[in-house]
Each structure stands twice: as structure tokens, then as C-alpha cells.
Design a protein around this ligand. Structure first.
Ligand code: SF4
Length: 209
């Protein structure tokens, strides 16, 4: 046994979306274990619970499987798919439920990570996934091709580096913070300004740093 070597941290698929929103948010949630709900997270949790709660069923020739555990040994990745659809020809496609109508790189990367896990678990290609926007009842096809795959592999390694790090990423301190459930804990304005940190420490600890 190699006693001196730390195992590489496993990257949760959910951490990828946090990281792409704000690396500091990702580290606070997945390293420090912080979680505080706000209206956005409550709505998101309720939406995922609804997605998980239905029974597996058949829809227009597809089997719809819910709350499927996912992992990849080669990528050091684990998580869960809201839904995996099995086409009539056996093709698998992950489906990620979204409450709001916004989507972008983070949602695509999360979906792609699910597809990469499914490929490794089954040995079959997973060329597409879908985002389901519950409020709009709209489904968006996402091709899991070279671009999303490269961004996903990069994001996995970025998250793993922060999971190993002994410091927090710098605060975003921008418009993202107003939507962030960790705003009160993170104190981005204070942490972005070294002079304010020094003044704060001097005030509460009576020290000059
Ligand atoms: S408050 Fe801002 S900097 Fe802090 S974790 Fe949230 S988004 Fe990131």
C-alpha cells in the first residue's frame, strides 16, 4: 500500500455547475460543506424532487428511467441523472430538469458529464442529451460533441484542483453574487478588498496585519 499518496478527489457532477457559476461557490459548497437555501435553490430542489418522483415509464417509444446513479472511474466523477431515456434502438440520452429558462455552458457541461459517465458505464456512445425547462414545458437538444466534451473535461480538472487546494478561490464580487445563496456567508465585497480585511482584523482582534 502506498501510504503517502492521497487519493485523487472524486468530482461530484453537481460541482461542475457550481464551479462554472462561481469557483468560490463551488469550493464553499463542496469543500466547506456550506449550504443555505434561497428562492432559487428551493425552486430547483422542488423541481428535481418532482423529476425524481415519477415512476419509470414508456413515452412515445422511449423508456424513461428516473434518478439514475452515475459514475466514471476514468474521470473520477460521480452523480446522478434526473432522467435517462432509452430509445427504441437502445440509445441512451440523459435529461436534466431545469426550473428556470436560462441555460448556458454550465447546464451543457453538467449534461455532458452525465453522458460521459453513461458511456463508460455501458460501453455505448451517448451522442445527445436534453435539457427540460419545466416552466416553459420546452425541451432543448444538446449535441454532446467535441466542444462540450473538451469544456467538460477541463471543468472536471479545474474543480478537482480546487478540491485539492488549501485556500478558497477569490470572490466574484459581481452581479452573480446577488443571486447566490451563499452571499451572507461569503462576504464577497469584504473579501475582494485586502484593505477592508486588514481594517476588519484590526477592529475585531486589535492587531495590525
Ligand atoms: S457570493 Fe459571489 S463570490 Fe461568493 S460564492 Fe456567491 S457568487 Fe461566488
Amino acid at each position: 500500500m502506498n501510504a503517502g499518496v492521497e487519493p485523487e478527489p472524486i468530482v461530484p457532477i453537481s460541482a461542475l455547475e457550481h464551479h462554472l457559476y462561481c469557483p468560490r461557490q463551488c469550493a464553499l459548497v463542496h469543500v466547506d460543506g456550506l449550504w443555505f437555501d434561497n428562492e432559487h435553490t428551493v425552486r430547483g430542489t422542488a423541481g428535481h424532487a418532482r423529476a425524481d418522483s415519477g415512476a419509470d415509464r414508456r413515452e412515445r417509444g422511449r423508456r424513461v428511467l428516473r434518478a439514475i446513479p452515475l459514475w466514471s472511474e476514468s474521470l473520477g466523477l460521480s452523480g446522478r441523472a434526473d432522467v435517462v431515456e432509452v430509445g427504441a434502438d437502445g440509445t441512451l440520452a440523459p435529461v436534466e430538469y431545469k426550473i428556470g429558462s436560462r441555460h448556458g455552458e454550465a447546464a451543457h457541461v453538467q449534461l455532458c458529464a452525465q453522458g460521459l459517465c453513461l458511456e463508460e458505464m455501458t460501453g455505448h456512445p451517448v451522442p445527445v442529451g436534453f435539457l427540460w425547462f419545466a416552466a416553459l414545458r420546452r425541451r432543448l437538444r444538446v449535441d454532446l460533441d467535441a466542444g462540450p466534451r473538451a469544456r467538460t473535461l477541463a471543468a472536471i480538472e479545474e474543480v478537482r484542483a480546487w478540491l485539492r487546494a488549501d485556500r478558497l478561490p477569490p470572490p466574484a464580487n459581481d452581479a452573480r453574487c446577488r443571486q447566490c445563496q451563499l452571499l451572507d456567508h461569503c462576504q464577497p465585497e469584504l473579501c475582494a478588498d485586502p484593505d477592508r480585511i486588514r481594517a476588519y482584523l484590526a477592529e475585531v482582534m486589535g492587531c495590525v496585519c
